[in-house]
Each structure stands twice: as C-alpha cells, then as structure tokens.
Unconditional design. Structure first.
Length: 170
C-alpha cells in the first residue's frame, strides 16, 4: 500500500510525504524545505537532548554515549482515536558529510529493525532541503486498514510542527 501527499514547493513547506507498507515493514520518506541555513538545521536535528521539542509525539529524548558511539533514545506516544501505542526507539547515530543515519538497536527498542537516512542539502540562500528515508518494522501492532492512512496524516502534521519549530528556534 502506498500513500503519498504532495504540496506545492515553497520555502518552509512540506513538499512530499510517502508511506509504503510491505507486510510488517513500513517505508517512510519525506522532503521538506526549511527556512534556515543548513548548519542551523543540522545542529538542531542533532541536538538529541532537545529533539522532543521538535515533535508533539516525542515525549522524551536523550543523548546517550557508549564507547565513543552516539546514541539517541526517543520515547514516543502516537494516538489513533482509541489506540495509543507508546514505544521506545534507541538508535545509533552515524554522522556523514551531508547528514546522518540513525540505526535502530532492536534489543533496546520497540522495533525489530529500523534505518533512517537524514540528508541535508543547501537550497536557495537561507534555506535547507531535508530528505528523509526510513525503513521500520515495529514490534507492536498497527491496525492494517487504517494504520498507513493514519501514519501519513500524523506524519504530515508532525512535519509541519518540525519545520515551524526548526525555523523559529533561536
């Protein structure tokens, strides 16, 4: 199942959101333009201790370090009418020249697998393009008929929150 939402390309806007489900595995991608310099966007996205400030669903975010490895732990609550799963995601963060990769640590998370690529590119002056691609397999149940639809709607709303908060963060 593929759900895709596209808006007109403008600064500080969501340009594309896509959710694909193949059995228990979800592929999630989005493209947004943020009205901030790339260094500011990168710094804000990598501020793991404050990452929860960028989302209404992330209730706790922590920056952990183990043997020179950067780890991020997120505690998330995502409600769908009567269904409110709370889950933990612990990820290893690997920095690259154009962004970073977050890899789920399954034995410490509520996911069997998860890899997320965050790619940052300069756009016109004072703007950054953020491209996100992720593959996730949750250990918890997601209603198969309305789950993908709900995820697309919720992700689009959360991206609006993220863009606004990154742009207004001083």
């Amino acid at each position: 199942m593929l759900l895709c939402h596209v808006q007109a390309a403008q600064a500080g806007e969501i340009q594309q959101v896509s959710i694909t489900r193949q059995g228990p595995i979800y592929s999630i991608s989005f493209l947004v333009v943020i009205e901030r310099e790339i260094s500011q966007v990168r710094s804000r996205l990598l501020d793991h201790a404050r990452f929860h400030e960028l989302s209404d669903m992330v209730v706790v975010s922590k920056h952990l370090r183990k043997n020179q490895t950067n780890l991020r732990q997120l505690e998330v609550r995502a409600c769908l009418i009567f269904f409110c799963p709370e889950f933990v995601v612990r990820e290893r963060i690997d920095l690259g020249p154009d962004g970073f990769t977050a890899t789920v640590i399954p034995e410490q998370s509520d996911f069997y697998l998860g890899v997320s690529h965050w790619l940052l590119k300069p756009d016109k002056p004072g703007h950054t393009t953020l491209t996100f691609d992720s593959t996730l397999e949750p250990k918890f149940w997601i209603p198969p008929l309305i789950g993908p639809w709900f995820l697309e709607k919720r992700l689009t709303r959360e991206l609006g929150v993220l863009v606004e908060r990154v742009e207004t963060d001083g």
